[in-house]
Design a protein around this ligand. Structure first.
Ligand SMILES: Cc1cc2nc3c(=O)[nH]c(=O)nc-3n(C[C@H](O)[C@H](O)[C@H](O)COP(=O)(O)OP(=O)(O)OC[C@H]3O[C@@H](n4cnc5c(N)ncnc54)[C@H](O)[C@@H]3O)c2cc1C
Length: 489
């Protein structure tokens, strides 16, 4: 049975590995010239940048994935837990976030006496949510509400806090605005505001503070290479530089995938390329699962401006991961979610992988990635990108007294239009749909298409955006295929 996987991002590679392991003949078709998708790498003049993901969180998900193939992450790459995990620049200076829980509690106690004990309780609840969330909820194909009828979800609905928002639960833990922002930060990965995100997602605080921030030597791209190698070891074959343009159909199913002039017969298709693009642009109108208005109404997670910058000198006062929260969060959030516009004073993220990984930059230099979340769908121009670059460079200078513009050897920008061009990203989204309650589980675009042998994987379907969910997405879809298109005995 020939399964074609469209796209070699994390979800596509995960799907390919699982299907190949089960004995399917798997071909992965990828429009770029190598694997990784949003996790690709860019190299220039001795500098190396992870183009997308840079936070390695939830190491247990990676262990489980490799474990399914009798392997360990350490068979492919070396992991290091970062300490400090990251730092946050507030208006009045930086706060360094320690890896150890004892030091974390001491930090909370110092800033807000009496808060450490509430943090401990909050993280105990979060640990329960993580356990149910990662081992149970996210592994549901979410094709019917009845899948959830027999789980701990129903028994523990109140304990899981699905119906309250995370901002109000964080306010019960700490009153100090800086500690509140620290606890709200992981939710930003989910692409919605804390007041619009179910309190269930305090499981992200458990991931942050208890499970920690890790770094794979060689960057996230080392993990991409590992996934690719593992899928190949399982027997999957990858064809790069192959963009799928249409399908051929027979008997309510896809009979072949078309790449330009080439027609490749298949029995099953998993589309891990952006869902909206496959649904609206590659499929013939009669076979589309959703309407244009359905896609227009989806709440997208932010797009991003990214700057990849190589410096000829070390930047002082900066950790591997730094968050610049020296501007009002709600004003920037309003410019992303409520009234989409360019933010006046955006929050931003600065990665300096060269602080941990000497190979990321030439000796004495620094490899930086700057990310500014922006509303999806705004039209960017070189002028806008340039203006924001100077704005963040000034803010970095104000905090650490070092002007990155005076030490730049390489600089590349990446924005809305690049997400559209490179990934066919719906509205230029960087990380898929916002994880609001009305876009969770059965309310997400379904992993099953309208045609009998078409499935979806990746950040726009269940369980959602982020590398760990995309890895799980591959496992879930492969299990569905084994049930509905089993191999002949
Ligand atoms: C800037 C940024 C920072 C992020 N930071 C983090 C982080 O720190 N930690 C984390 O866990 N997650 C992070 N994420 C999210 C995470 O990277 C994504 O959710 C995940 O990588 C998406 O994987 P995917 O397989 O769904 O999609 P993709 O990686 O987009 O893969 C889809 C693939 O399909 C290919 N494709 C598209 N159309 C076609 C076609 N017609 N034919 C053939 N191939 C096609 C694309 O080229 C692409 O390779 C970040 C994302 C971005 C953009």
């Amino acid at each position: 049975m020939h399964a074609i996987v469209i796209g070699a991002g994390f979800s596509g590679m995960s799907t390919a590995a699982y299907l190949a392991q089960k004995g399917y003949r798997v071909t992965v078709l990828e429009k770029h010239d190598g694997p990784g998708g949003r996790g690709r790498q860019w190299q220039s003049e001795g500098y190396t940048f992870d183009m997308g993901p840079s936070w390695y969180w939830m190491p247990d998900v990676f262990e489980t994935f490799f474990g399914h193939f009798g392997k360990k992450p350490s068979d492919y790459y070396t992991l290091e837990r970062l300490d400090p995990s990251y730092s946050i620049f507030y208006e009045d200076g930086p706060m360094t976030i320690p890896a150890s829980m004892d030091e974390m509690e001491a930090l909370f106690e110092r800033v807000e006496p009496g808060s450490a004990i509430r943090l401990r309780k909050f993280l105990q609840d979060a640990a329960y949510k993580y356990e149910v969330g990662i081992n149970d909820l996210v592994r549901k194909p979410s094709r019917s509400v009845f899948e959830f009828a027999d789980t701990r979800v129903l028994k523990g609905l109140l304990q899981l806090d699905l119906l309250s928002n995370i901002r109000s639960s964080i306010k019960k833990v700490v009153k100090n605005p800086q500690l509140q922002q620290l606890l709200e930060f992981p939710v930003l990965f989910l692409g919605a505001t804390p007041s619009n995100t179910p309190a269930l997602y305090s499981l992200m605080n458990y991931a942050d503070m208890s499970l920690g921030t890790w770094y794979p030597q060689g960057g996230m791209y080392a993990v991409v290479k590992a996934f690719h190698q593992l899928a190949v070891e399982q027997g999957a074959s990858f064809q790069f530089g192959k963009e799928v343009s249409s399908f051929e159909y027979a008997n309510g199913a896809i009979s072949a995938v078309v790449c330009g002039e080439e027609v490749i017969p298949c029995d099953v298709v998993v589309a891990s390329a952006d869902y909206a693009h496959v649904d609206q642009k590659i499929l013939a109108p009669a076979y589309r699962k959703y309407s244009p208005s359905y896609w227009a109404k989806r709440k997208m997670a932010p797009s991003s401006f990214l700057y990849y910058v190589g410096l000829d000198a070390p930047i002082p006062g900066i950790e591997h991961h730094s968050l610049f929260f020296d501007a009002p969060f709600d004003v920037h959030a309003d410019a992303i979610y409520t009234e989409p516009r360019w933010p006046e004073k955006p929050l931003f993220y600065l990665s300096a992988a060269s602080k941990t990984d000497a190979a990321a930059a030439p000796k004495g230099g620094e490899a930086l990635v700057i990310l500014i979340p922006t509303a999806p769908g705004l039209e960017d121009t070189d002028e806008v990108l340039d203006r924001y670059f100077h704005l963040v460079a000034e803010r970095i200078k104000d905090h650490v007294g070092f002007d990155i513009r005076e030490h730049m050897v390489v600089k590349r920008t990446y924005a809305y239009r690049d997400f559209v061009k490179d990934y066919h990203a719906h509205l230029g989204n960087a990380y898929g749909l916002a994880n609001t309650l009305d876009q969770t589980a059965i309310f997400k675009p379904s992993l099953k298409g309208k045609l009998s042998n078409l499935y979806y994987a990746g950040q726009l379907t269940v369980p959602g955006p982020g590398v760990p969910p995309c890895i799980i997405s591959g496992e879930v879809v492969a299990l569905e295929i084994q049930k509905e298109h089993p191999l002949a005995l």
